[in-house]
Design a protein around this ligand. Sequence first.
Ligand code: SF4
Length: 454
Amino acid sequence: MIHKNIVCPVCGAACDDIQVEIKGGKIEAKNVCKMGISRFNEVTSPQRFKQPLLKFGGKLRPVSWDGALQIAADILSSAKRPLISIGSETSCEAHEVGLMIGEYLGAIVDTTGNGATVMGTQEAGKVGATEGQKKNRADLLVYWGTNPLESMPRQMSRYGVFPRGYWTKRGRFDRTIITVDPRKTLTAKASDLHVQLKPDSDYELISALLTLLHGKTPHHSVEEITGVPISVMEEMLGIMKNCNFGTISVGVGLSSSPGKYRNIEIAMNFVKELNNYSKFTIGVIRSRCNAAGFSQVASYMYGYPFGLDFMRGYPRYNPGEFTTVDLLREKDVDAAFVMCSDLLSQIPPDCAAYLSEIPLICLDTIPCPTTSISDIVLPGVVDSIECEGTFYRLDDVPIYFEPFLDSPFKFTQSNEDTLKQLFEKIKEGKTQTGFLQSAFKQEESMPAILPGVL
Ligand code: SF4
């Protein structure tokens, strides 16, 4: 049997046209890129976590589901300032329960998504467009600090560059592509114009473009700072002013260079001013399937997009104080729950060192550096393959997905279900509060203090 219109749970494109057939216990998928197929293969991988694990004697060993949840609930309940880090590789429904647990516990809830982009949007406001609008209307695409041909392989073929749209009937021939990147990436090579700026000079280049847009000539020193001649800036701006519908797709190359969210802010202000000449929009190339989801869910539930502190009983938001890296660097949390992301690989070494010292619960599908330092590992269910839910696509459009397989576990049907069960355990009360956690690091004595758990 062929399953159609399956949503790919890998990158922000959330392609919803995947066809899947199961042959001899293996998944064969069509319309999927190499990144996507590796995730589909992960489902049947022998590496996959098949049961909950608890670390004692320095090794992760199988435990009962109830026991693992009980200890996880106890760790979170008895911590003074727990951190709940919710990754992008799970559904909005799971995000919602994670946030409710955080509120109940007075914890800090954060995500691994790109906060700089959200903050830039808060500062400037975004002139956005859906990918469908881009496909049908855009005759100019600017890729700034991103290489979608490798990081989001089907974005260019489904929405961006090659498809035939209503007003772009000749596909690639009706579109101009500009790439702004210090590297000669595959995307840059496939572009009509590659603006090869010096690393970390994005803010200066956009400032110079704004100056030109205002009818003035930027100071000549900008050529040395950015490595881009003013004549090339003028050429680029001329193309942007004269298109029918232009769009800038930004990536982490822009939001993670010095200036961070200020780079996004000035890019969004630049796009606003370009609308005096032509229709222009800006969007984000998001590398994870539901990277846009957490900020949507957190915003509609509590008014803030990430880094929420519930310690005072109401949500507070202060990036730089209530955000994961800052909390770990200041040793400001005493337990952590990391869900559906390899947090350890994404944080600086001093933060990673502290994360390995505190009690850590992890929910994931296959081993990764974060699960290797975890004290408890809860096996994850793969969204869109084994359970239903919702992702927000890169253009903030919600995509509902249905599974073609059942959950491989009897004890949980989805990550949302796992969190709901954990929430129930937390609400049931702190039966052994403090005792388990204080004993937790004394790994040799773990089996003795956990009757009925193993
Ligand atoms: S582009 Fe992204 S969402 Fe689409 S198939 Fe590839 S990995 Fe999956």
